[in-house]
Design a protein around this ligand. Structure first.
Ligand code: COI
Length: 348
């Protein structure tokens, strides 16, 4: 049965799920079990499970891409495995070995391979997640955890993102502080983003541009669920350095693709006020956002209080377009995978 045909007309992000899910369990005294492939269904959790009270929940996002020869590939899934382990460490949760992570993700995509869309630009979004589920109200690291993988065929994360994203500059809310959990992909970071996100939407914006305070100054951090990049008029590509931001798999690929184009990309602290002035005065010529779900999307407007700054003539700039085409070309197999970034998934 090919499920993609019936779904292609209604693949809003993350609302439809495939037939199966993966489960692996961990106990402090026994370590990890191997994976089980189960029918997609509800979870059984104690009402006293750690995740429900103290938020021990970390997750990942990656995509399976239909290739021109109809085969299926994942994009650099070992980075997702490493990042999940780093997120787990930050929340005092057990680290899932990379081999188990890869086996789990591959097994789900393989068993549900008919759900990988063939429609242009569509993918199977794969969501691994790890929960602390010891039934205990004392605050402390769970001595039991469960790891699951689910998957959802999906199209664009933002409707019409290529026309340009509008970012709402928030000075009231931060998504991260130095020493906090900004670099971890944990559910709590996303819960804390919902209120500012609602404010951004009420101002006609797609996402919030967050900044982080260091020594009394504010520095550009992330934009909502995505990393942010800026192109300067000297051709230099800048992005906030790691520390409080997520170590994005797309961010990393873009840095490597830009280096391959001789752009000398720079990971650095970007002061918010000079970033805004440089955008307004044209010293920053392009801004774009990256993330697995959203891939690479131009940022065309910054809304800062009553001021609105249009970037790159309110259009996607040439560097943004070129990097996006190269990235998507590699992911969907229409350009050579010169870096060996694709992992084929068996379908038989
Ligand atoms: C992703 O880009 O994979 C994300 O995690 C963003 C969001 C859907 C949570």
């Amino acid at each position: 049965m090919n499920r993609t045909t019936q779904l292609e007309s209604k693949t809003a992000f993350g609302e439809v799920f495939t037939d199966h899910m993966i489960l692996a369990e961990w106990q402090e005294d026994r370590g990890w079990t191997d994976i089980q492939v189960l029918p997609f269904g509800d979870l059984h959790l104690s009402p006293s499970a750690t995740v429900l009270h103290y938020g021990q929940a970390v997750f990942e996002g990656l995509k399976a891409y239909r290739q021109p020869d109809d085969s299926i590939a994942l994009f650099r899934p070992e980075h997702n495995a490493a990042r999940l382990a780093a997120s787990a460490r930050r929340l005092a949760m057990p680290e899932l070995p990379t081999a188990l992570f890869l086996r789990a993700v591959t097994a789900l995509v393989s068993v549900d391979h008919r759900w990988v869309p063939s429609q242009d630009g569509h993918t199977l979004y794969v969501r691994p997640f790890l929960l602390g589920n010891e039934g205990r109200l004392g605050v402390g690291p769970a001595r039991r955890a469960t790891f699951h993988v689910i998957a959802s065929p999906s199209g664009d994360y933002f409707a019409n993102a290529q026309a340009g994203l509008r970012l709402f500059v928030s000075r009231e809310f931060s998504r991260a502080g130095v020493g906090g959990t900004g670099a971890a992909k944990c559910g709590g970071n996303y819960a804390a983003s919902l209120l500012p996100q609602r404010e951004a939407q009420s101002r006609g914006c797609h996402q919030v541009l967050y900044s982080v305070e260091r020594d009394g100054r504010r520095f550009v951090d992330e934009c909502g669920t995505m990393n942010i990049f800026a192109v300067r008029d000297d051709g230099r590509l800048l992005t906030p350095e790691l520390g409080t931001v997520l170590d994005g798999v797309t961010r990393r690929a873009v840095l490597e693709l830009a280096a391959g184009r001789g752009m000398s990309p720079l990971e650095t602290h970007i002061e918010l006020e000079s970033f805004l002035v440089d955008c307004a005065e044209g010293r920053i010529t392009e801004v774009f956002a990256t993330g697995t779900a959203a891939t690479l999307a131009p940022v065309t407007h910054l809304v800062d209080g009553s001021q609105e700054v249009a970037i790159s003539g309110a259009d996607a700039g040439p560097v943004t377009v070129a990097l996006r085409e190269e990235l998507l070309g590699i992911q969907f197999g229409t350009l050579p995978d010169a870096h060996g970034w694709l992992l084929p998934v068996p379908t038989k």
